[in-house]
Design a protein around this ligand. Structure first.
Ligand code: BDR
Ligand code: CA
Length: 305
């Protein structure tokens, strides 16, 4: 089978870690590069976490350190959800690998240029690196097959009443990406809030494999849901979309990112009913088959060591 080449732009992050696991061990995907960004915690920590994951799995996918702050705004983190380290709860060994010697936007550009076929960008953190890439090297767009994103919402938010974290942290970057003309798939919070792992399944993880044991430990510190009521796997939905798009109902929509609003900055305005009369710029996931997602997670994590 021809594997789909992907670059994962991420801020690990507990749900990022499980998304990376599912991607690394998927027979359908080839992870070419992991780029980090400031988001859930500082970029120093997200980079360290990505490198520690590579060591944990004995993988050597290159890791490129990205932006330390949003384009125009101060950084805001989500350590209340992911812990101070970003991946609290497991004694990871220090990484054996170092980040490569170029900033993420340049590493992504070089990776796109070196590839024989267009690459899918999987973005599961704020979009700062991707906006920098597109601003610096707009000619690279034909080398991007599509962007599959966890971010935004067609409904309520989690950082503010209306705005989802990955978009709200860097709305200017997100607006740049949505205005880029690229093929974008948006897995937003209104859908990912349903992508829950059940307490019954979570209890089986320690006996599954080393990865399950580690995930169970960090999941115990994750605050998007709880081990007793179930956990929301926001970022994992982007990987699920890549390998099992039939789990989602999507609709082509115009999506605007609000950058100005006093109370609404970072909101994705998703024009489901086409009231604004603007051409669609994204395929927006509107529904997920939750049982199908849970089955897929069971299969995907069983492939990890
Ligand atoms: C998103 O925000 C982060 O905290 C998660 O890792 C996910 O990417 C959910 O809103
Ligand atoms: Ca994330």
């Amino acid at each position: 089978m021809n594997r789909l080449p992907v670059i994962i732009d991420t801020d690990p992050g507990i749900d990022d870690a499980v998304a990376i696991a599912a991607a690394l061990f998927s027979p359908q995907l080839e992870v070419k590069l992991i780029s980090t960004v400031s988001g859930n915690v500082s970029v120093e920590k997200t980079t360290r976490n990505a490198l520690q994951l590579m060591t944990f799995w004995q993988q050597s996918v290159p890791v490129a350190r990205g932006a330390a702050a949003p384009l125009l705004r101060p950084a805001r983190d989500a350590s209340n959800v992911h812990g101070e380290s970003g991946m609290a709860g497991y004694p990871f060994a220090s990484s054996e690998q170092c980040a490569i010697d170029k900033p993420a936007f340049l590493a992504i550009y070089d990776c796109l240029l070196a590839s024989e076929e267009p690459i899918t960008l999987v973005t599961i953190g704020p979009l700062t690196n991707i906006a920098m890439l597109l601003a610096q090297y707009p000619e690279c767009k034909p080398r991007i097959k599509r962007i599959v994103m966890m971010g935004g919402s067609s409904g309520r938010g989690n950082l503010t009443p209306n705005a989802e974290f990955n978009i709200a942290v860097d709305p200017e970057a997100a607006a740049h990406v949505f205005n880029s003309g690229l093929d974008i798939v948006m897995c937003g919070l209104d859908v990912t809030n349903h992508a829950m792992l059940t307490p019954e399944y979570l209890a089986t993880l320690p006996g599954l494999n080393r990865t399950g044991e580690m995930l169970h430990a960090i999941f115990s510190h994750y605050r998007s849901g709880s081990m007793e009521t179930g956990l929301r796997m926001h970022d994992l939905t982007a990987i699920a979309f890549l390998v099992k798009p039939e789990l989602f109902r999507t609709q082509a929509c115009f999506v605007a990112v609000e950058t100005q609003g006093e109370y609404t900055s970072g909101t994705t305005v998703v024009d489901i009913e086409q009231r604004l009369g603007r051409p669609a710029n994204a395929q927006v996931a509107l529904e997920i088959d939750v049982i199908g997602f849970q089955q897929w997670v069971t299969e995907a994590l069983a492939l990890a060591p």
